[in-house]
Ligand binder design. Structure first.
Ligand code: ADP
Ligand code: MG
Length: 549
């Protein structure tokens, strides 16, 4: 017989893999339990990015000795007792899975005391087995300490990311709770340093504390109601950030939901420039009967029973808010000046042309600009063919090549006066610890919500530094997925694109010709993002087409 029943401890380990995917998911489960217990204050502490220790302390209702001794067993929960309870669920947990999963892949201690008991109790569970249980002095509430995550599953421990990355992901998880549970006091301590201390406040204050780079004067709170749905949140009135941020909660629960994201984009569609993204934090209150949260063990995904109603309500509420008169005053579109190569074309001296003079001219200058269409396609005449160049893409390519060529030297220039950029604390940490940026010639230091720039790459202009760094954040987060080389390329390609938009209206005709020559000589056929650069048609083909051969 080849079929065997799996050992319970193996089953637990496999199941744990679904609930516990990293430090951030431990943080998530423990905060949720604290909230379910009615905590008013929650303190999260991480050591070594949480890989060595995650500690979550709350002042909630606590557990007595009996509860403590079973809380880590599979399917133990105080939150539902029958299947029908599921539809009216308002707590975070209900599967009785989290403590069981966490404790089977770590060394977990739980210390807890209820109001009705004069002393507290402590248990330690190692790899799913209770090691001891004893009375201890404790405040009312619960402290859960999770040490050495995945210590007993080396294969999974290997997949934990670096302390810096685990720490950042856990911080982002923490921040999401701060954005949804406004009446709870949240504290985050990382590597024994206080990172956040957020007493109860309104959403606006929380957003200011967590996203210091969003201009506070652009933030507005909104609220609306329709039938049994309620929408509350905050948005930025200048949807001009190159990095968007849409954080959605449903009944205070953080969710990733395409429908809500789409509804937000639909609402912003009229005011959004290409390449810009909205900043919105929203919380949708809806009857639990109208949603299905049981689709994924991490419970991050939900489904709405009546999708169309929800979509319409969110889109129209935000749209209504965005179209209020005050919005128009505040919302100033920052127009990028679009180059008009047409101008220099017109100013070129007009020579009386005959076929002979044309040929002679082409001998002196093998590329002659014939015209410009749609402000972007430059038509060149060469000896053998007509060439249509996507000017913007070509320019981008050249800038990209210049930067790439200077990379091998890894030179940076030290700033006489350090530059300080305010941003999210986790972002400044990401940037400061990035090897990619060091390789490019940056020297950066994270100082809480401030990034200190000490040295920048040789080829970079001062005015570009801030935008470049902000734009890099998202790509740097993907580094594990796409690798170092690809990340550098992507960051630089985006940068080349922006720089080309900024500088192309300063190019003279001679520089244009220089540009097309370089493109042709260096054999480039695509822009850094992979789009083609040019299109050519030989005079032979043309002659054939017109029946002249
Ligand atoms: P669930 O949250 O799905 O019920 P968990 O495994 O996360 O399952 O927790 C099991 C049980 O332990 C909870 O139902 C709750 O009764 C108790 N518990 C866990 N954490 C706490 C806490 N911080 N305070 C009070 N009780 C808790
Ligand atoms: Mg739970």
């Amino acid at each position: 017989m080849k079929i065997k029943r799996l050992d319970d401890s193996v089953v637990s380990k496999i199941a744990a893999g679904e609930v516990v995917t990293g430090v951030h998911s431990v943080v998530k489960e423990l905060i949720e339990n604290a909230l379910d217990a009615g905590a008013r204050k929650i303190v999260v502490e991480l050591l070594n990015g949480g890989k060595s220790e995650v500690k979550v302390r709350d002042d909630g209702e606590g557990m007595d000795e009996e509860d403590l001794k079973v809380c880590f067993l599979p399917h133990t929960t105080s939150k539902i007792s029958s299947f029908s309870d599921l539809s009216s669920l308002s707590s975070f947990g209900f599967r009785g899975e989290a403590l069981h999963s966490i404790s089977s892949v770590s060394k977990m201690k739980v210390i807890s005391r209820t109001v009705s008991s004069p002393i507290g109790h402590e248990i330690e569970v190692v790899a799913g087995n209770m090691v001891y249980s004893r009375p201890v002095h404790a405040d009312v509430g619960t402290t859960v300490i999770v040490r050495d995550l995945f210590f007993n599953i080396p294969a999974r421990r290997k997949f934990l990311k670096s302390a810096a990355i685990e720490s950042r992901m856990a911080t982002e998880m923490f921040e999401k709770f701060c954005l949804s549970k406004l009446n709870v006091h949240f504290v985050l301590v990382r590597e024994q340093q206080l990172r956040y201390d957020l007493p109860p406040s309104d959403l606006l204050e929380r957003i200011k504390a967590i996203f210091p780079d969003i201009p506070a004067q652009n933030l507005r709170a909104f609220e609306s109601e329709h039938k049994n749905m309620k929408l509350k949140g905050c948005l930025s009135l200048s949807p001009v950030q190159s990095r968007g941020m849409i954080v959605c909660f449903v009944n205070d629960r953080f969710v990733t939901n395409q429908l809500l994201t789409n509804a937000v984009y639909a609402a912003f569609s009229d005011v959004l420039e290409k390449g810009k993204h909205p900043f919105v934090v929203l919380n949708l209150s809806i009857s639990p009967k109208e949603i299905d949260v049981n689709v994924h063990p991490q419970k991050l995904e939900i489904r709405f029973i009546n999708e169309e109603d929800v979509f319409r309500f969110v889109r129209d509420s935000l749209k209504g808010f965005l179209s209020r008169p005050i919005v128009k005053q505040v919302h100033v579109h920052e127009k990028v000046r679009v180059a008009e190569p047409v101008e220099f074309y017109r100013s070129a001296p007009r020579v009386e042309r005959t076929e002979q003079t044309e040929e002679k001219l082409l001998e002196e200058e093998p590329f002659r600009i014939v015209g410009v269409a749609r402000r972007r396609y430059v038509l060149f005449e060469r000896k053998e063919d007509l060439l249509i160049l996507d000017f913007h893409a070509a320019h981008e390519r050249i800038i990209f090549e210049q930067i790439m060529n200077s990379l091998s030297e890894r030179k940076g220039k030290t700033l006489l006066v350090e530059m300080r950029i305010r941003m999210k604390e986790s972002d400044s940490a990401t940037l400061a610890s990035s090897q990619v940026l060091r390789d490019l010639g940056f020297e950066l230091e994270a100082n809480g919500q401030e990034l200190v720039v000490k040295q920048i790459p040789e080829w970079m202009e001062l005015s570009e530094v801030e935008e470049f760094l902000r734009d890099s954040i998202d790509e740097l987060k993907l580094i594990d997925l796409q690798g170092l080389k690809e990340t550098i390329k992507k960051i630089l390609a985006d940068h080349a694109c922006k720089r080309s938009v900024r500088t192309r209206d300063r190019l003279s005709e001679a520089e244009m010709i220089e540009l097309v020559k370089r493109i042709v000589n260096e054999g480039h056929s695509t822009c850094p993002h992979g789009r083609p650069l040019m299109f050519s048609m030989s005079f032979k083909e043309l002659d054939r087409f017109f029946g002249r051969d």
